[in-house]
Ligand binder design. Sequence first.
Ligand code: GH3
Ligand code: MG
Ligand code: MG
Ligand code: MG
Length: 314
Amino acid sequence: MSDSKPLFPSDVVPGMSYPERPKLLIVDDQPVNIQVLYQVFSASCEVFMATSGKQALEVCQQKKPDLILLDVVMPDMDGIEVCRALKAEPESQDIPVIFVTSQDSPEEETLGLEVGAVDFISKPVNPAVVKARVKTHLMLKVQADALRELASVDGLTGIANRRRFDERIEAEWRACRRAEQPLSVIMIDVDHFKKYNDHYGHLEGDTCLKAVAKALKENEWRGRDIVSRYGGEEFVCLMPETNLEGAMQKAEAIRERLFKLALPHAHSDTADRVTISVGVACTIPDERDLSSLLSAADSQLYKAKEGGRNRVEG
Ligand code: GH3
Ligand code: MG
Ligand code: MG
Ligand code: MG
């Protein structure tokens, strides 16, 4: 039954990049059922298997599949419970789940869709139908991911926008709280930027913001760090598992890099060039609201402004 044609021919939708061998997780307590689906997908997908709900969650965490085919009736943890658990975690909530089950009453199907599955297929499966449905949902997933990506990028500078920052800080607040690790924030504001716009014009102002964003982004960042445009001429960087000392060093490096870039600013009271003021804050997240960390960074930024600008406070 297995055919070796790729699920996505290269010309399927111009401009969209589909995975060449999508990662598929097949979950069923009966190995013979897994075997049937494996036959259908082994040639065109990278297939992972799990024979219990608990194992499914583990494999999911390790392998990050693009789609999950999930049995409903399983001992210990059933498919409904597995799906609920997947949908409750930010890391796995966007993975499409298709139930594959012999329990095909309308109530069962409704429940499956209510807990977050995208589709429901009855056993015994028809190979062509299950393949077509998997393909449809993989395409929708790729498109949804592309949209989400687009929605999280700042249009002017091309770096992450406020929406992405808000998402990341929330996730990292939880992750650092669990791991009892420090979380640092660097808040950056361009000095005397109103005067820059007044003197050079708004278009030049835009060009300047792009150059600032590029200089920020070009610093050496770690995998989970994020550099984003917070709004206007304000930028914010998030550094998980980084203490205050590390964040202060990075902030100073950023300030210096921008100073050396020497973008002319004829009407800055601070220097002959564009400068930034920087506020740094760090905490080990606990039951407080994460806004406490942002306000702390903001207060330090205010202090840097008061202290004469072109400086770092933390
Ligand atoms: P300070 O040193 O105290 O930060 O002074 P400032 O002039 O930088 O601060 P203020 O908040 O008074 O002015 C910020 C200016 O940034 C005003 C606003 O027009 C400008 N600005 C915000 N967003 C953009 C943008 O996208 N493009 C341009 N060109 N200017 C922007
Ligand atoms: Mg079963
Ligand atoms: Mg400002
Ligand atoms: Mg400013």
